[in-house]
Design a protein around this ligand. Structure first.
Ligand code: ADP
Ligand code: MG
Length: 325
């Protein structure tokens, strides 16, 4: 009996010595910088979990990449105007959700943006505005209404020749959601998937506090708006303050309105809070295109979604349930 009590005591001591600590790995995925943080008992344990997440996100990259000619996405693009392509249910469902986001944003978000002729350049090389005709032509093949889904066959057909889809504004968010769910299912109590600024968290820090996310102020990159606690949710910021071109005093940013072919104007940064990174990612891009009035209005209608918008004059606008000082 005394022996049993002693063993029990030793086990208790050993478990209490195994403190839960955050471990972080930085790596390149989907052409971007990712940071994966997991709370674990040891480096070894953390490494095993992080390897799982990396494998999973690499798998997703292979499925959705439009750069990789062997991906199912590239097959869909290659067969545009020719025939439907059968795909994994996972890709089918992602496309279906992307079309859903096009509907709630009146087409501001559109994965067929990839069919656009690239007539805008944001590297300083443009000397004059493209003609209205060239702009109109550049989006002639864009339109989510031309994605034909066959639920029974799990096939996807782009019904115009030359049409393409791309997941640039939603893929990182989707991958972050899948990685997070996988790690949660493996019993990882807490962590952060940071997909080049798309933050997706679960659980709490080992000290019991919620994870904090710094929201940067695009007008002054050294000054954050502040740290906001996020519990089991995602925060995504869209906005590349370097990529824009100015004509006649109007600043055109690198996100283009798929309905008109004109780059978005007026906003320099949009941050979206949502339960899932995928939706946050897509909506942050959409807000640029919708503009601040429509953008705020739309976000205020969506449950559990909030946003912070900074316009080109440095003015900050927030959705109804967000207060920042
Ligand atoms: P980033 O990932 O560069 O921070 P975003 O999440 O805003 O920025 O995504 C921008 C990317 O989304 C573009 O580089 C392009 O691949 C894609 N994209 C651009 N405009 C649209 C649009 N209207 N709808 C869907 N995707 C878009
Ligand atoms: Mg986005």
């Amino acid at each position: 009996m005394r022996k049993l009590v002693l063993i029990g005591f030793v086990i208790l001591l050993a478990t209490s010595l195994q403190a839960q600590t955050p471990f972080k790995r930085v790596l390149k995925l989907m052409g971007s910088r990712f940071e994966i943080t997991v709370v674990a008992n040891s480096q070894n344990e953390a490494d095993q979990y992080i390897d799982l997440a990396v494998d999973e996100m690499s798998r997703i990259e292979k499925l959705i990449s439009s750069w990789d000619p062997k991906s199912q996405t590239s097959k869909i693009n290659a067969m545009a105007g020719i025939e439907p392509v059968q795909v994994d249910k996972e890709l089918f469902d992602l496309i279906k959700r992307a079309i859903g986001i096009s509907k709630i944003t009146d087409g501001a978000f559109d994965i067929t943006y990839a069919s656009m002729d690239k007539i805008w350049k944001f590297d300083g090389s443009m000397t004059e505005m493209p003609s209205p005709e060239a702009i109109k032509n550049s989006v002639s093949k864009v339109g989510y209404q031309h994605i034909v889904l066959n639920e029974k066959e799990l096939s996807v057909y782009l019904d115009q020749e030359g049409m393409k889809i791309g997941f640039g504004a939603i893929g990182k968010g989707y991958a972050a959601d899948v990685a997070k769910n996988l790690l949660m299912s493996k019993g990882v109590a807490s962590g952060i998937i940071n997909a080049s600024g798309d933050m997706n968290t679960w659980g709490k820090q080992p000290n019991g506090e919620p994870w904090q996310v710094a929201i940067t102020n695009p007008m002054d990159k050294d000054k954050a708006f502040g740290l906001l606690p996020i519990e089991h949710g995602a925060v995504v910021t869209s906005g590349n303050y370097e990529k824009y071109v100015t004509f006649n005093g109007i600043r055109y940013t690198h996100i283009i309105d798929p309905r008109t072919g004109y780059p978005a104007t007026g906003i320099i940064s949009a941050t979206v809070f949502a339960p899932k990174a995928e939706l946050a990612d897509a909506l942050a891009t959409s807000i640029f295109v919708m503009g601040k009035e429509v953008g705020l209005n739309r976000i205020n209608q969506l449950p559990q979604i909030e946003c912070i918008i900074v316009d080109e004059n440095g003015h900050v606008f927030t959705s109804n349930n967000i207060k920042i000082n």
